[in-house]
Design a protein around this ligand. Sequence first.
Ligand code: CAA
Length: 240
Amino acid sequence: MARIALVTGGSRGIGAAISKRLKSEGYEVAATYAGNDDAAAAFTAETGIKTYKWNVASYEDSAAGIAKVEADLGPIDVVVANAGITRDAPFHKMTPEQWHQVVDTNLTGVFNTVHPIWPGMRERKFGRVIVISSINGQKGQFAQVNYAATKAGDLGIVKSLAQEGARAGITANAICPGYIATEMVMAVPEKVRESIIGQIPTGRLGEPDEIARCVSFLASDEAGFINGSTISANGGQFFV
Ligand code: CAA
């Protein structure tokens, strides 16, 4: 029987590449989205992957949405907590609202996504939790105190979950993408983006599928001994 995978923020950007790759490898995939109905409908029409709309910042909505996915497809074996937003501003201009929006979606959203799925994984003695963090959680970033804090938090989440889930056959790992060619990165002012690309030894932005490949590896049976770790896929930027 096909394994079931849930990808939050799975209809656009890196998430869409993850959904597509997992489907191509035989998983039954459910992709969530928060608001862009047109993009989700186009994604389903293109891929045949079912999309579900809920806000990962709400525990109640997440739990209800996950129950619906499990009723439709079956118990979730692989959860990819990918949904994330930016509200960039230099710290002296960052508002409490910008702080809370990013923390609620990017960090609390991981709790809200994994927590309702976790008991079933424990019972079935198998699970793969994959959290999409960021290079900016490892190195910090100008104008991203909020975002970097959440992405660093992801690393603490997976290291802790790894210890709790190991005996139950569950692994929890993070991927730290560098700068990937998505709408999020294309929204960075061109001058700033060009200067960032100049800091990437590979000399280019990454492709979404280069992150999706990391996910499919971590989701596989063969990755069972990899637990609490972080895969950095950043074109070497972390090392400069
Ligand atoms: N490094 C150093 N300096 C930077 C900078 C950076 N990354 N980004 C902006 N600055 C500079 C600007 O050039 C400007 O300098 P000057 O005043 O000398 O011209 C100053 O900081 C900012 O000026 P403002 O006070 O006018 O800033 P603002 O309130 O208009 O905010 C900004 C502008 C939101 C910071 C905008 O420049 C921006 O979006 N910067 C990019 C931030 C970024 O890299 N975000 C990453 C998004 S991609 C992502 O998050 C995905 C991932 O996981 C990798």
